[in-house]
Design a protein around this ligand. Structure first.
Ligand code: XMP
Ligand code: MG
Length: 183
């Protein structure tokens, strides 16, 4: 698939699966079942988080409800500007709910920090983040993230939901792109 576009596999399918089991166990401990706030509300950030969201929700041993938001951050295709626009908002009110944002990747952190501020104004009972990937060397703003799957080098990655120009999302692993793809 995709010929030799993928330069290297950074995280295998098996590693992703094992990490999701681990994250799910940790996260579930924070939310008692039958909480007065109701089922944990997972908010997936489209489109990158779709595969992580569905695998993570099924790994969690507690009931969850699934909502999606789509945001776009202006800037070049491989870096974030921090200016965020909501393309698809939530359909539901989150006031009084336990909310967990499910992200694919925290790169500069600008998108997430904007999203956290936006959702906080809607008065959820709690608001936390789980992200599959984080690039610690790329962070440009401090963001509080309770749960991180993998810290990765500051390289553009694709697969398992992450795209370059909408391609490669369907790869079951996370890989780096051959530079020839950009040029
Ligand atoms: P930041 O944290 O910089 O990231 O605001 C915002 C969004 O940009 C996308 N992103 C990536 N997508 N490979 C991708 O396919 C990457 O290496 C990458 N880094 C950032 C992603 O949607 C993230 O939520
Ligand atoms: Mg994203």
């Amino acid at each position: 698939m995709y010929g030799d576009d993928i330069a290297s596999v950074l995280i295998t399918e098996d590693q992703i699966k094992a990490k999701i089991e681990e994250l799910a166990e940790l996260v579930a401990k924070r939310y008692p079942p039958d909480a007065p706030e109701g089922d944990l509300l997972l908010i997936g950030v489209l489109k990158g988080a779709i595969f992580f969201m569905t695998d993570f929700a099924r790994a969690l041993p507690i009931p969850t409800q699934l909502e999606f938001m789509a945001v776009s951050s202006y800037g070049s295709s491989t870096s974030s500007s921090g200016v965020v626009r909501i393309m698809k908002d939530l359909d539901k009110d989150i006031a009084g709910r336990n909310v967990l944002i499910v992200e694919d990747i925290i790169d500069s952190g600008l998108t997430l920090s904007w999203l956290l501020r936006n959702l906080a104004t809607r008065n959820p009972a709690s608001l936390e983040v789980v992200t599959l990937l984080r690039k610690p060397d790329a962070l440009r703003t401090p963001v509080e993230v309770a749960h991180v799957g993998f810290d990765i080098p500051n390289e553009f990655v694709v697969g398992y939901g992450l795209d370059y120009a909408e391609r490669y999302r369907d790869l079951p692993y996370i890989g780096t792109l051959d530079p020839k793809v950009y040029s």
